[in-house]
Design a protein around this ligand. Sequence first.
Ligand code: MUC
Ligand code: MG
Length: 368
Amino acid sequence: MSRIATIEAIPYCIDYAKTLRFASGHVDKADHILLRIRTEDGVEGIADAPPRPYTYGETQRSIRAIIDEVLAPQLIGARADDTARTNEVLKRTVNNNVAKAAIDIALWDIKAKTYGTTLTRMLGGFTDRVQVAHMVGFAETRDVLAEVDSLIERYGITAFKVKVGRPDVQQDIDVCRALREKFGDDITMYADGNRGWNARESAFVMDALSELGLAFVEELNPASEAFGRRGIVRAACMPFVVDESAPTPSDVWRSLQDGDGTAVSIKTARTGFTDSLRIWGLCSSAGVDTVMGNQIDTQVGSLATVAFGAAFRETSAMAAEVSNFLDMEDDLQAEPLQIRDGCALVPDRPGYGAEIDEDKLAFYRTDS
Ligand code: MUC
Ligand code: MG
């Protein structure tokens, strides 16, 4: 295995055809970083880094700067397959999780390509597909119904994460009720509040939705409001997912210990493969459900989620949030991620399946 020769953090921008709105922000363009790491013998690892400033404080410029100025200089010349060693270097810098995760993903991609196997097999090899959950943003009830209808028809998707947390709680209650009324038990449904409510509002909505058979609720109110959050978690009659309140393995451990949640969202975009393995290990050993979450990922980012989700029984047990790239106008991925009969398929190519269309990259990159 050869050594890391170059690390390139390329800013690009692709518009969304439809804006995704949620309690902590909205996304109308993928202004991400495409990361390319090359070894001395020419193997390339790829990763997509999606900044979510309103959640973690990272921006496209900060991700590029931390990689170019701080992380890459420490890694050039290191053996590309020493993932534990490179992670020791990365973790000396706190925060900047999306930047660090992208480096980790690209290095695992190189490792799997070098060994000529899929990342899914390299990690665990449990299955070759994951059921898809689509994330539905804030919209008028009739538009949400039409969107869900079309995703069922076109892709066979039957699991939906509904964004909630609007100041007018009744709007969110109405959307969830209308979905259950129209689609009955044909769909699995859960609700993510992105910390939009306080404990009182969360309790009111959970009560109003108690008949609807939600599979989970997620981050309805802030974990930092400890008494309010823990009371809501105890009152919930379904698993309460921690997402942005537990962005690292240590945070996950502490949140579960403290009662901030009872299930965990694993996002490869923020914990790469190495720290996602740690989270999977601690949750699967403790009997805590995990959901493969979505940081509003492109196809490249979603492929990383699919690769990890399919690697283990526990991470493929629940539907994975890997379809929101469908709302983008275009993508850098050359071989589209396949969704069939409601499942995303693991590509049978070495690595995790990311392949860049060079013409599209040349068109969408914003640094030249
Ligand atoms: C989610 O699960 O919260 C919205 C903001 C973010 O960082 O991720 C998304 C989805
Ligand atoms: Mg969430």
